[in-house]
Ligand binder design. Structure first.
Ligand code: GLY
Length: 579
């Protein structure tokens, strides 16, 4: 294309009356540009994903929102550390990506501190209210899954602010109000609705149409859902974050804010009370770990599914996959088998305060070897839709001291329970859907729940959120995490393999087409960007494929001495910034 334009330019010049010296010089120059243009096109054409990548020497933030990534970097550049930046990035994500996460939800934070070379895992997952029961979603003896997804009964006690407060008090350097400033400014002065969020607003518009608070924020004055690039204001949310001052946990979970939330929930038929809010506590946990080739891979313990990621990696560690090709059928077939086994084991994962999760055994060499060898025979189930959802968000941060933070945070499905507390601009989660609403009943992600994960008061629902930090020679080499329900597990696993085994840079590792296998339904979800030949060969091997546009979103930063390379996932959009 470029070449033709320069060639035409050259011939146009040669048709005018000019001294031959100039004609020759201009023609030579045009040819040179034509060659450069062609080379540039050739180099860039297969790599459109480079647009979502960043390279830096000192510090970096990648997130599912450009303003959120920029807010984190701004805090780093003004003397904050990775934990401060994580608070700023989380709060901005809750403003710009309120369909995915926010202070009405909860999350997991994995931290590496360079000074002590220690890893920490902070669980600020939502918990079931005290009045919750295992039978709360049964109506006339039959489970009604919608009750766990939409409306006030779907709401679990939010953990986000308690978690951010705990992280900041333990490891941060700034006051909460300083780290919260970018979020307050954006919510008050406006931000551009991203194409991804515009899609989510349009998708949930019917459910929210009657909600006056949501309409004020996300609809035009004549009642249409706002579209991409429209300026959105959530001034009530700005005022709420501002009034949290420097004691966000006390000011959110107790007093007038808690009373307003509890009254709103009660009015809408929910069971979260002021006492539930006052009783919420985040939990510091020991990260879990597996040695994979030359790397020590760390992730969140239960109630996260990080252990499933480690199991899958473990099952692959005995063979070399790198030589097989990232989209080759033999590699993908192996991946499908071990992924299915990992998801079968996922049924043993749950809140460790309520259920003994045999995590040491699940990660033991013997269990992993047995799982690898196990022949898996599933009865076929009728095809059902892909487990596709974007109601979660991930971001990753590296600061100039080498501290690393990896956060996955969520309100569960898009816009959570589809309820906004009007005077607070607060979207409330529907995290109760991550419990098994009744044994054998699939949740919004088609995950079939078991007794381990049944509802109980004060219990945390099992999560797929699996932030990962991989160390090489004791230093962070890769930080990655994702969003998209169970496709977090498959996406994080594949991106980790793409970087550690296939040696791809983050942008290419994220861009590579992905698969997802979760045992039930007995289907392999495959992104449509997977080469046709690969899809045909997998089908010929006997796999039932379901081709879907995309599977979740993953962020990654590769850390090498003196250089950081990061990228956000173009499946969802975001920002990757550093210096
Ligand atoms: N709510 C999504 C997850 O925690 O897996």
């Amino acid at each position: 294309m470029r070449k033709r334009r320069f060639s035409q330019a050259a011939s146009a010049v040669s048709n005018t009356v000019m001294p031959s010296f100039w004609i020759e010089r201009i023609t030579a120059c045009a040819r040179r540009f034509a060659i450069i243009g062609a080379i540039t096109t050739l180099l860039l054409a297969p790599l459109p994903h480079l647009l979502n990548a960043a390279q830096a020497m000192h510090e970096m933030v990648v997130a599912e929102s450009e303003p959120a990534a920029r807010a984190g970097l701004e805090i780093l550049q003004h003397g904050g550390n990775a934990i401060d930046a994580a608070v700023a990035t989380s709060l901005v994500l809750g403003v710009t990506n309120a369909g995915s996460c926010g202070i009405g939800g909860g999350g997991f934070m994995l931290i590496y501190l360079a000074k002590t070379r220690q890893l920490y895992a902070l669980d600020y997952r939502e918990v079931a209210p005290k009045a919750a029961t295992a039978a709360m979603y049964l109506r006339n003896g039959r489970p009604d899954e919608d009750l766990a997804r939409t409306g006030a009964l779907a709401i679990a006690v939010p953990g986000e602010l308690a978690g951010l407060d705990a992280a900041l008090r333990r490891f941060g350097t700034k006051k909460f109000s300083e780290d919260a400033a970018p979020a307050i400014k954006l919510a008050r002065e406006g931000f551009a609705l991203s194409p991804h969020m515009a899609k989510e607003v349009a998708m949930t518009a019917p459910a929210f149409m009657a909600d006056p608070a949501f309409r004020t924020v996300y609809f035009t004055p004549d009642g249409k859902p706002q579209t991409a690039d429209a300026t959105i204001y959530n001034r009530d949310l700005a005022a709420l974050i501002e009034r949290l001052g420097d004691d966000p946990a006390a000011n959110f979970y107790r007093g007038p804010v808690a009373a307003t939330i509890a009254a709103f929930v009660k009015e809408h038929g929910g069971i979260v009370t002021a006492d539930d809010l006052a009783s919420y506590h985040p939990v510091w946990r020991d990260p879990i770990h597996l040695t994979y080739r030359n790397y020590d891979v760390y992730t969140m313990p239960p109630p996260s599914s990080g252990g499933v990621v480690l199991e899958i990696l473990g099952m692959l560690s005995s063979g070399r996959v790198a030589g097989l090709g990232v989209d080759s059928p033999p590699y993908l077939a192996r991946l499908i088998e071990v992924m299915r086994q990992g998801f079968i084991d996922r049924e043993q994962y749950a809140d460790p305060a309520f259920v003994k999760v045999p995590i040491e055994e699940l990660l033991s060499a013997k269990h992993i070897a047995d799982a690898r060898d196990r022949a898996l025979h599933h009865s076929s189930l009728p095809p059902i839709g892909a487990a596709h959802d974007h109601g979660t968000s991930n971001f990753a941060i590296v600061d100039k001291d080498g501290d690393v933070v990896d956060v996955t945070t969520t309100v569960n499905t898009v816009f959570g329970a589809k309820l906004m507390v009007p005077s607070l601009g607060l979207i409330l989660n529907d995290e109760m859907d991550d419990f098994a609403v009744a044994p054998g009943v699939p949740n919004a992600f088609k995950l079939v729940g078991e007794k381990n994960n049944e509802v109980a008061p004060g219990k945390r629902p099992l999560s797929s959120m699996s932030p990962v930090i991989a160390l090489e020679n004791g230093r962070p080499a890769l930080v990655d995490g994702g969003s998209g329900g169970p496709t977090i597990i498959s996406g994080v696993t594949q991106v980790t393999l793409n970087v550690l085994d296939f040696k791809l840079r983050p942008a290419a590792a994220l861009a590579a087409p992905r698969i997802h296998e979760q045992g039930e339904p007995d289907l392999v979800f495959v992104e449509e960007s997977m080469p046709v030949k690969t899809k045909s060969e997998l089908t010929a091997m006997g796999y039932r494929l379901k081709v879907v546009p995309e599977l979740g979103a993953v962020n990654a930063i590769r850390i090498k001495p003196g250089i950081l390379r990061g990228a956000y996932d173009q499946r969802k959009g975001g920002g990757a910034v550093g210096d």
